[in-house]
Design a binder for this molecule. Structure first.
Ligand code: IMP
Length: 193
């Protein structure tokens, strides 16, 4: 890789852009919001299929080197729900709805997953990050977004939403996916904008 590398994130979510941008910065990557912010979401059980489809569709529309981040919360006691449907479920019932479903449930194990797809033709690469932990009994914290107030990563007592931005960004599922992506770009010889 030569010089600074500009990549575009297809998202309307400012938090995702901030988190992923901060993770990629040390790798010499400048992440910007793509001129399309809406992802085309197919229905599938697989985050990889969903992210790949959305990334290919976005590339057809903007023809710029881009990344799509598709994430989901997989709760063991709910057989992986909401998983690939996390966005829909969040919009409909939010984290309070999830806490209701988890009332009286002893097994609180859950994992957050991020699939980050990079398209920079002819290259198409998939990076996966996962952080496991537990669902809290009550929502805690004001930071972050989405399900952050109810997720406590392993080895921590705070929810993602209670952690300072930099701390979530050192342990999160997004960190694990995007730091692999950054490492790959640094080592590769792709031409950057
Ligand atoms: P998507 O990747 O935009 O489809 O996100 C799926 C759902 O998970 C959305 O409701 C997001 O708010 C939520 N989500 C994605 N990433 C995170 C995260 O890092 N913390 C908490 N919720 C998240």
């Amino acid at each position: 890789m030569s010089g600074e590398c500009r990549l575009y994130l297809v998202t309307g979510n400012k938090h995702k852009l901030e988190e992923a941008g901060a993770i990629l910065e040390p790798y010499g990557i400048k992440l910007e919001q793509a001129p399309v912010t809406e992802k085309l979401e197919i229905q599938s059980e697989s985050l990889v299929d969903i992210a790949l489809y959305a990334a290919r569709d976005a590339y057809r529309r903007i023809r710029l080197p881009l990344i799509v981040d598709d994430s989901g919360l997989f709760i063991e006691a709910l057989k992986g729900f909401p998983g690939p449907y996390s966005s829909y479920v969040y919009k409909k019932i939010g984290y309070t709805g999830i806490l209701k479903l988890m009332e009286g449930v002893e097994n609180r194990r859950a994992c957050f997953k991020t699939v980050a797809v990079l398209i920079h033709p002819p290259i198409e690469k998939v990076f996966i990050g996962e952080t496991c932990g537990v669902i809290s009994d009550t929502p805690r914290g004001m930071g972050g977004f989405g399900f952050d107030p109810i997720f406590i990563p392993d080895g921590h007592t705070m929810t993602y939403a209670e952690m300072p931005f930099e701390e979530k960004n050192k342990v999160s599922h997004r960190y694990k996916a995007f730091s692999q992506l950054g490492e790959w770009v640094r080592k590769s010889r792709i031409k950057c904008l």
